[in-house]
Design a protein around this ligand. Sequence first.
Ligand code: PLP
Length: 354
Amino acid sequence: MLDIKIYRTTEPKQKPTGALGFGKIFTDHMFIMNYTEGKGWHDPRIEPYHNLSLAPSAMVFHYGQEMFEGLKAYKGVDGKNYLFRPDMNAKRTNETNKRLCIPYLPEEDFVQAVKAVVKVDEDWIPTEPGTSLYIRPFIIATDEFLGVAPSKTYLFMVILSPSGAYYSSGLEPVGIWIEDDYVRAVKGGMGFAKTGGNYACSLAGQVKAHNDNYSQVLWLDGVHRKYIEEVGSMNIMFKIDGKIVTPALNGSILPGITRNSVIQICKDKGIPVEERQISVDELLEAQKSGKLEEVFGTGTAAVVSPVGKLRYKDDVMTIGDGSIGKVCQMLYDTVTGIQLGKLEDKYGWRVEVK
Ligand SMILES: *Cc1c(COP(=O)(O)O)cnc(C)c1O
């Protein structure tokens, strides 16, 4: 157990009243803890949200040794505050840390830190339908050193941002650009890690897609540019001929917690799921023969995001008839139902913040 000191703000901010959007508003407090080689993680504390003071030579600015996580706190229908599977974020943190030579962070300490800061700022959890308190844990390397080596000091922080409903009026299908030039990750690289570098290298592809009015990029594998990997910040699933097909966790895609939850729910509802390699050619074939029934992304931000249109080179595939797929809608209702306490949680995924 961490002995977390709490320093409360004496100047609480005005709570937002208008549209929240995403990632622009921050709460009154943050969690912060230091790491020093030889001493381990120390000085866990909750402080007023504030700017950091770091040397320009701090290692994170130069070689990108950092990691992050993303999860949400929800106001349940019973008025209690809930997290969704925070133990999975804690486990994934250490998968990422290992790849980036960031020290191990005990999983119970991660969860305790998240719960503690959410508890202090619980009044910031928005209550409108679809809204939530986005939680951003992250670690940065802070040694003042321009040499290339793992840092000996780090900061672990957790900041909180009230965020608006992803969907204002029901699920909305998006257009996706299958990128055939830039790649995001390769096996042996850090595609499975949640780290800023994967996003830095995704920006150029994203700009290309946006310029053509597509909202997200679907990445292909880095070697053959042939096999489907994942969408910007979501995993991808296809319903082909009655089965859910999704790329297997092959080392270059992010192991999404939503992906894992959705696969479990499908299996329990008797919907067959195949985790395997899937080529863009197979997708084009399935679409031509009318067997590509649904396409959707999965991730914490949107839960599920139906795809209405997929562009690959000169082909534009339209998915279904523009309405939301049955499986996609069922998954949205089931996951959000469990998160908010509208449905029984037989999995033990909902975790109360007390
Ligand atoms: C975070 C993330 C996801 C989704 O993971 P969830 O745990 O479901 O939120 C998918 N792909 C990438 C690249 C991500 O960073």
